[in-house]
Design a protein around this ligand. Sequence first.
Ligand SMILES: *Cc1c(COP(=O)(O)O)cnc(C)c1O
Length: 379
Amino acid sequence: MGITAGDRRGLLPSPETWLAAMQPDDPLFFFCPERLARIAGRFRTGFPGLVTYAVKANPAPEMLEGLALAGMRAFDVASPEEMDLVRAHVPGAVLHYHNPVRSRSEVAAGMARGCASWSVDRLSELEKLAGLPKDTEIAVRLKLPVTGAAYDFGAKFGAEPALVLQLLRRVVDLGLRPSLTFHPGTQCRSADPWARYIQVAGALAREAGVTLHRLNVGGGFPSDRGEGAPDLDAIFDTIGRSAGTAFDTVPQLVCEPGRALCAEAFLLVLRVKAIDDAAIFVNDGIYGGMAEWRDLGPMGRIRVMAPDGLPRPGPARGRIVFGPTCDSLDRLPDPVPLPESLTEGDYIVLEGMGAYSRALATGFNGYGARRIVRLAPVG
Ligand SMILES: *Cc1c(COP(=O)(O)O)cnc(C)c1O
């Protein structure tokens, strides 16, 4: 059964309608500007401070321009290339250079582009920043042994509290402006790590005898990977209350979400290339848009449709899912529950796939989802 033009108007914006009409054979992302505007608005009204976007999570032009439309003016960047990308789409954007390890030529590139904030987590790297203009913000990055994230960034970056004290004092000696920052780890569903970090940040500022310019509470805000919509407001609330009690002089708050701002704005669509009893082969995999499945586990928000756009009915059963490349590592780590009636040519639609997906797609073996299709209501 096909879908008539009348149905299509009623359904839009609908991935099903578009797929039924276009029958794409390549994997692709749908971009939903309304969803991006909604989540950006949630951060801007709910977070008690400045919201910046961590570009690495999804540097697609659609993302940067959509955020600019939603009023985003400040961006967390890790490299000169990301700086230029942001400025190409958002002229005049404020850049926070929060990769704490930089070559000297990268320091020069960040200075030439007027980066407003620089993170550090070791003394040798702070000395490289001694030539920054006076009063430039230096955000000392703290790490604590807290749990709660799906994937901990603290294993690589961040200074222990004793070193944070030394760094804060040295920042002041250099005539630069001291701030603190941390990252609780990505996909952090509990507010507890933020509360703990903020409490320690307040104690360290007091012990160092330093009034912080700002406190950047990082990214790590969760998206819905199948466990239900996360309670962002509860996290915002905990952050605001914790800062109020941890500091004598409450610093201005900043956050730098990546995942939580981009995940819901994109869907990933796969097509079933071949099927046998226990396994299926799809047109994208861990070298493409599904790289995160290896580290964070499966994405639960899956639906399956026939080429005509109608849902595939029937009970689900777990199947091994192989990606398209000729590498035997290219399979999803766990069997994925899919309808019994699944058929070659069907589409698999994954919700909430904007984060660390297209940004990590490699192009290995000539595969990897790249195309973005904008889904917007028609008049
Ligand atoms: C990756 C990163 C972020 C964004 O993290 P999410 O978990 O995607 O929100 C924010 N800040 C820094 C310094 C990062 O490296």
